[in-house]
Ligand binder design. Structure first.
Ligand SMILES: [Zn+2]
Length: 209
């Protein structure tokens, strides 16, 4: 049996959701697709067969949580989110079983160890994740504004990495860009590392991709 099965149910501005399965149990990371699409894609990929332990949210933007409220009507599972993310979403998803924490907290959710860390993005308290399932470690980072030393540190030793960057976002009727340093010169969908921060393993991944 595979140590961990990672399924990308959706990615990009139309909705983000990842399903991570380990020995019959699973976590959903973000719920940015409609509940109908989430269920359909989990069924199509075989992910629906695992027992879902909870939903972990990276941040509150609609493309990461649009389907959450409806999804929870059928799936009575807890929602793990930073305090900032929970505070932003709670008025809209008040019935959720919230388990909130400070960015940087390590969670134990069933067989999964979920290490959270703050990432730069225009959201209330966005987090990146390093999830350990058995002996497999996977890095999950969404909408990364720019690469920080902490991000590089947390991604060390990961067997797989799902990473997306952000460019501009329509928010509250106007376009916003993540403050501070950005990767604005790079291609959409790619992440560049500032001089001196690029880890040795990055080149190998680039060569593989
Ligand atoms: Zn975002």
């Amino acid at each position: 049996m595979a140590e961990a099965i990672l399924t990308v149910l959706g990615s990009g501005s139309r909705g983000n959701a990842l399903h991570l399965e380990h020995r019959g149990v699973a976590l959903l990371v973000d719920a940015g697709l409609s509940a109908k699409q989430l269920e359909m894609r989990m069924e199509e990929t075989g992910a629906a067969g695992a027992q879902l332990l909870g939903v972990v949210l990276t941040h509150e933007h609609g493309d990461h949580c649009a389907g959450l409220k409806t999804f929870l009507k059928k799936r009575k599972v807890p929602v793990y989110a930073s305090h900032g993310t929970k505070d932003a979403l709670e008025p809209h998803v008040a019935t959720a079983e919230w388990r909130s924490f400070e960015a940087g907290t390590q969670l134990e959710i069933g067989a999964f160890r979920v290490e959270t860390f703050p990432v730069p993005h225009d959201a209330a308290e966005p987090i990146g994740l390093r999830v350990t399932a058995g002996t497999t470690r996977i890095g999950l980072i969404s909408d990364l504004g720019f690469v920080t030393r902490l991000v590089v540190e947390r991604l060390k030793g990961c067997a797989a990495l799902v990473l997306s960057r952000t460019t501009t976002r329509r928010c509250c009727g106007r376009r916003k860009r993540d403050r501070g340093r950005s990767n604005s010169g790079s291609r959409p969908g790619t992440v560049t590392f500032p001089t001196g921060l690029r880890p040795s393993w990055w080149r190998r991944w680039r060569e593989w991709s």
